[in-house]
Write a protein that binds this ligand. Sequence first.
Ligand code: SF4
Ligand code: FES
Length: 247
Amino acid sequence: MELTLNVWRQKNAADPGRFLTYQATNLIPDMSFLEMLDVMNEQLIARGEEPIAFDSDCREGICGTCSLVINGIPHGGQKGTTACQLHLRHFKDGDTITIEPWRARAFPVVKDLVVDRDAFDRIIQSGGFVSVSTGGVPDANAIPVPKHDADRSMDAAQCIGCGACVAACKNASAMLFVAAKVSHLGLLPQGRVEKERRVANMVKAMDAEGFGNCTVTRSCEAVCPKEISLSFIARMNREYAIALLKG
Ligand code: SF4
Ligand code: FES
């Protein structure tokens, strides 16, 4: 396969950036999208050009670092699929593909396709943890958890913190991410102890980082590689209202 790539190149946060066009050759349909970028970079290095900077770690849909907007859609638009799990078989030989970084004020571009997502870490630090003592593993297992709550909590816990929800939202809202974190802890008995403090602090941190508000366009849910449900935002709003009422 051969592909034409329009890639966002930006030296650093201060550089205005621009698209550059490259021909990627010697590709095979079974390559992942990131392997294609590896091959492209080998070709750039062989020509003495600067390789394209992009983030990746696990390359199996777990870590959430592969933050690429592919043809205008975060992670490329395959349902429940991260950019690292996307394969070239979903494209045609000769296609032109546009690759950009996440674009949101709270995620400044570090270089090329790499963005700084420390804002998410600071939101987690503000309340995305359980500080009650649950004892050892046998003690924690002795706490009964209704099956429905355990399932809902696991659904929310699938969030990998990739930020695609922010990148897809016209308001750059982080509500789906925060709602997933608030819910996966707040649905379990161990996390209920400090749930009001958690939701209040996390929403405050989200606002302070410059993320926008939710206007229910559902774009976050559509691109989320872990298919986190918008219903978690409604759940978080209820939890937040209760926290405000309780002061
Ligand atoms: S809610 Fe989905 S899109 Fe948003 S950070 Fe979590 S996994 Fe990524
Ligand atoms: S590289 Fe880890 S989820 Fe894509």
